[in-house]
Design a protein. Sequence first.
Length: 61
Amino acid sequence: MADFEYHEQLAFRALAESRASSLTHTREYHVQVAQVEATLALAAAVAALSRKPADGDLSGS
């Protein structure tokens, strides 16, 4: 889980830097924001799946 938290922090930092950059309100800015938001959503989904046992998993772990 620490790996997810590390990447989440990097993504938030990149988003903050992107918002503060000279790209504000340009197409490139919106593309960067969308990429960071998609990365965060994917990381959150992976983290949620890693906490939920798979259906039919009989290992008990």
